[in-house]
Design a protein around this ligand. Structure first.
Ligand code: NDP
Length: 347
């Protein structure tokens, strides 16, 4: 299927969205991306192969009602990725929740008004599934994050409320389009934009000695190119439905550091001290109070807990196979060096 109509991608300048735009253009789709008026971030999109002929950019803002009317006009498919992804905010309600939730509702209203949209693919998150790994449980798409609030992991809260608002919209308004949610875990990989994304920044932090030691924490990783592919497959697969947990593999910080060491990055300031035991975890919980509020909270709700999840639905229903995390991590680091976000150690 190659629709002649443009595919709308909101927040086109973003880390994930720009890969969606790139892959859509490579596959011969026309793309209409939305960017913010205030944004300086998007000129790189215009240099993507095929952009001159097939990419159109329009302005839209999550906080402006009706803002997406023009963007979705004449589109069959809309990918809604725009949402603030920040770990440190002054006001969680206005900086995270309002744009995430109101923006999703605004976008869906525009899709409804358009009368042409057939499917909306929403970039949700593992954050809407849980903010607290639980060693005794295997997380699937059935799970919902019921723990977050404005005071506890507000980014997770914003993603949960936004996805709930989207499903609620579908239930109540019965629009002529369906909704698919993609729920990625930690997205890493090369960036098309010069800016450093929040999730790649976490890898940089490991490389530059931000962590006092190897702590008892694990993350699910997924390459940004696979996340983009998942969005496109969700659009192209008629039988796709519901939510898709999108993550390749969960690794403990110990495994991440070992992998980086064995991949030739051992000269960086990788954490050395083993803080994975009970005392290390207690110490880290204490230290978390010296961190910015949201980062401290995230540490306290994840440390000492192992995340297990089941990614079989996306593999089975969308036919996706994930890139090995090792490859992805190596490319992430090389890419951060290329953009000047990471300085290699002197030899
Ligand atoms: P980025 O920060 O790179 O992209 C976010 C995009 O949202 C940017 O294009 C940004 O525009 C846009 N945006 C933010 N606020 C507004 C606003 N008020 N109005 C219009 N646009 C706005 O993040 P990612 O690419 O990493 O994230 C994209 C999506 O994926 C988000 O929904 C995020 O929650 C989700 N996600 C990300 C994960 C990750 O690990 N990276 C994991 C799971 C989910 P501008 O350039 O103008 O700031």
């Amino acid at each position: 299927m190659k629709t002649k109509k443009p595919v709308c991608v909101t927040g086109a300048s973003g880390f994930i969205a720009s890969h969606i735009v790139k892959q859509l253009l490579e596959q011969g789709y026309r793309v209409r991306g939305t960017v913010r008026k205030s944004s300086q971030n998007y000129p790189f999109l215009l240099a993507l192969p095929g952009a001159a002929e097939h990419l159109e950019l329009v302005e839209a803002d999550l906080l402006a009602p009706g803002s997406y009317d023009k963007a979705v006009e004449g589109c069959d498919y809309v990918m809604h990725t725009a949402s603030p992804y920040k770990n440190k905010v002054k006001n969680p309600q206005t900086d995270l929740v309002d744009p995430a939730v109101n923006g999703t509702e605004t976008l869906l209203e525009s899709c409804l008004k358009s009368g042409c949209v057939k499917r909306v693919i929403l970039t949700s998150s593992i954050a809407a599934i849980t903010d607290e790994p639980d060693s005794t449980k295997i997380f699937t798409e059935k799970e919902w994050n019921i723990m977050s609030s404005l005071d506890r992991n507000p980014y997770h809260y914003s993603k949960t409320l936004a996805e709930l608002a989207a499903w609620d919209f579908i239930m109540k308004k019965r629009p002529p389009f369906d909704l698919i949610a993609i729920n990625p875990f930690m997205v890493i990989g090369p960036s098309l934009a010069p800016s450093l994304n929040t999730s790649n920044e976490m890898i940089r932090d490991i490389m530059i000695g931000v962590y006092p030691g190897i702590i008892d924490i694990n993350w699910g990783f997924v390459d940004v190119r696979d996340v983009a592919k998942a969005h496109i497959l969700a659009m192209e697969t008629d039988t796709a439905s519901g939510r898709y947990l999108c993550s390749a593999e969960a690794l403990h910080m110990r495994e991440v550091v070992a992998l980086l060491k064995s991949s030739g990055f051992d000269k960086y300031a990788l954490p050395k001290a083993n803080m994975t035991g009970k005392i290390g975890t207690l110490l880290m919980k204490g230290l978390s109070f010296t961190q910015p509020k949201d980062i401290g909270m995230y540490i306290r709700t994840t440390i000492g807990r192992t995340m297990h999840y089941d990614n079989s639905k996306i593999r089975r229903e969308l036919g996706i196979s994930f890139m090995p995390v090792r490859e992805s991590l190596i490319e992430t680091i090389k890419d951060m060096v290329k953009w000047g976000h990471l300085t290699p150690p002197k030899k």
